[in-house]
Structure formats: structure tokens, C-alpha cells
Ligand binder design. Sequence first.
Ligand SMILES: Nc1ncnc2c1ncn2[C@@H]1O[C@H](COP(=O)(O)OP(=O)(O)OP(=O)(O)O)[C@@H](O)[C@H]1O
Ligand SMILES: [Mg+2]
Length: 426
Amino acid sequence: MISPYITSGPVTGADFYGRREIIDEITAGRCRATYVLGTRQIGKSSLLRQTETLVPAIFLDLQWAGGRLDDLARQAHREVRRKRRRYPWLPLDGALSDDLFGLLEAINDPVEEAGERLWLLMDEAEIWVRIARSHPEVLHKLRGTIQNCPALCIVLAASKSLSEANTLTGKEGSPFLSGFALRYLEPLNLHDGAALLRQEQGTVPVAVDEELLASLLALTGGHPLLLQLLGERIYEDGQLRPPTEGDLTGILDQAVKTGIFPQDFAALSEPERAILHSISSGQPSPAEADPTYLHGLVGLGILRHDGDGYAIGNHFFARWLREQADWEARSAVTADSTLTIYNQAEVEPQVQLRRILVARFDMSELRTLCADIAIDYENLPGETKADMARELIAYCVRHRKVSKLVETAKRLRRDIRWEDMAKQLS
Ligand SMILES: Nc1ncnc2c1ncn2[C@@H]1O[C@H](COP(=O)(O)OP(=O)(O)OP(=O)(O)O)[C@@H](O)[C@H]1O
Ligand SMILES: [Mg+2]
């Protein structure tokens, strides 16, 4: 029997596992602009392609357009033409401009008039940074598009290097990404990783015993490509066998060939490397490390919780760090850009907790919460209840007070069904 695992290209439909919360969040369209932040091969393109099957969307691949604005505009034209068969309210070609930003505004109006929404999915969005270096006005124009086009929901999928866009706009007005909802694209959770290995959504499920399954999930840390590569190697006649040392070395070589580890490493700032260096040599994370980095690295799957401490996210990256990493190499992303992004980004349980606080707590209850965990609410930035909830959670994550926050919130509101959020966020 041929292996059912898919090890290249984006996956959609029955081949797409997990990611329910982030897909729900994006397709609900509550955020006008979202930045999905993920490492190499974690499934960014798959997420956008899957979204494209669920909502009216046009998909732009910035890599494919080679960072040229006119090619990007041509791509958008083609997409509108293609999608018009399914969504007849999209504008006709003649109504569209050749300038990308003019074109997006021209798309907005008929979509708005039809009472519809259109998702603009931009893959490899870190290329905006490259474009902005030679055309500094593009980031302002893109922000203008977001502001002027209420019928468009913009989703950027990119690695951490997109954070440099903030420094390119920072001097005049607010940083580019400040208006975006930021979400980590995390590795698959245990449940979805197990479903992938067992091919539960496929036509023929794969047999794998529980003990082996747990060890495969631990080896990969839920990284979807690593799960697929491992599945492919150890698949034999409808079942999975334990991997040999040769299998593990082979997967490391395959992963390195795709460039995933060197590129992820290049996007780590100096303080993050210091943390990884320490953990990689069997030490705890440095005592002076800002917890924001640790939280961000876990969100990206580069680290994972291990008892009371941290471990490298998966066996293969850990091995690459020990055997091949060039610790002296220059970082592509600064510590400042990294901190700004990590302070803004939310993991799934954080999003759930924020939704509960916004929907079910009133302002005075939020103030009580702050008082009970010794935070002066007047020092939290923002004015609305939504700002306050987001900042309160971010503060508690940074200061390791999430358990206290959830405990206090539970005490205040016993009528709410609380999931086990504190554990997932600690
Ligand atoms: N949701 C998923 N379910 C199953 N497999 C997945 C999923 N997401 C990603 N994969 C696996 O990971 C591989 C890479 O996915 P994808 O191309 O979407 O990643 P990416 O983050 O866009 O990569 P790149 O950084 O190269 O752009 C896929 O070929 C597939 O093997
Ligand atoms: Mg991709």
C-alpha cells in the first residue's frame, strides 16, 4: 500500500488536520487585519488555502510575484476573474485599476454594496518588508487599504521577519503591525497530531499503538511536516512501526534540505539564541531571560513546556541545534522587533480567555480582577473593555500570573464554563 502521508506543498480538505480555533477566528471575520505568525513549514500556506475553501477569498502569493507590485496586481486581477464564477458580485475586469491598492479599493465597493465580505489572503507576506525597502510608501498604502476597505478582511501569513515592517513605518505614526490581530500558528496539538498520524480523515485509517503514538508526538512536538515525514518513513502495510536511528537521521537531513531549521534560526534574535543555547546544552533558561521571549518561543513551537521548565520544541530541531547551528551567525530580526511582536501575539487559550472576559465581564468586574491580582488598571493601555481584557491577559502572561487571573475570574463568575486555560497558558 502506498503511504498516505503528504510531505510537500500546502494541504487542504480532508488532508488538512486541526487548526479549528484559528480557522474559526479568521472565517468569523471579526478582525479586519490578522497576521498569522509561524515558523517555516508549520502550515501557513495550508491555513490560507483551507480558509480559501471556506469563505469568499482571493489568494495572493507574494513570493510568486517576486515582490513586484505590478505582478501582484496582475495576480489579484486573475484571482478576481477566477472567483467571479463563484461570487458573481465581484467586480468586472474593466472596473479594476492596474495599481494594486487602487484595485483593492475598486474591489471593496461592489463587495460592500452586495453586503458581502471578501478575505484577502497574502502568503509569504514578509516580502512586504523587501518591497518597502525600495518603495517605503507601500506599507502606508496597505494600511490605508485596510482602513478604507471595510468589506475586506486581510490575513497576512509570514515568519517573524515581517516584524521588521514596524521599524520601517515606526518613525511616522504608529508601527505598521499595531492594527493587526496577531496569532501564532502553533504546532498541532496532541489530539490533531494523533489524528494526522492515524489518518483519521483519510479513506483508510493507519494502525498505530498508543505507546508508539505518544513517542512519535513527543519526537515531532506536533510539527505537521515532521509528523508527515515521520509517518511516511515508518509506514508499512497500513500501520506504523517504531522508527530506527537511520529514520531519524534521514528525517533530519530531509528537513535541513527544505531549509527549515537554518531559516527559523536566522529569525531568532540574540536574546532568544541565548535562551536556546542554554536549554540546548542541558541548562535551564537563563534567569535574566525576559519571560516574553519564552512565551513567544513556545507559541512558535521552538520551545515546549517540560515539567516546570522548557525543552527544545522537537527532537529534530534539538539535534540540529546541537550538531549544526552556527551560534555566531547574525540574526535577521532584532530583539526590539521580536519583543513588540511577542507582546502583541496571542496563543489560542489566550484568545478564548479574552473572548470570555469581553463577552461575560463588565468593566467593574474587570477592575475587581485587576485589583485582586494587584494590578493598577489605570496603568493598562487602551480604553475599551476589549483593550483592557487583552492587556490584562498579556500582562499576566508576562508576569506569570495567569493561574492567579483564571482562579480569581473563576471565583468571581462561577456560572461560566471555564476550560483548563491556566495550565495551557502558564
Ligand atoms: N494542517 C495540516 N495538516 C496536515 N499537514 C499539514 C498541515 N499543515 C502543514 N502540513 C504539512 O506541512 C507541510 C508544509 O505546509 P505548508 O506549505 O502549508 O507550510 P508553510 O508554513 O506555508 O511553509 P513555508 O514556510 O515553506 O511557506 C505540508 O506539505 C504538510 O506536509
Ligand atoms: Mg508557505
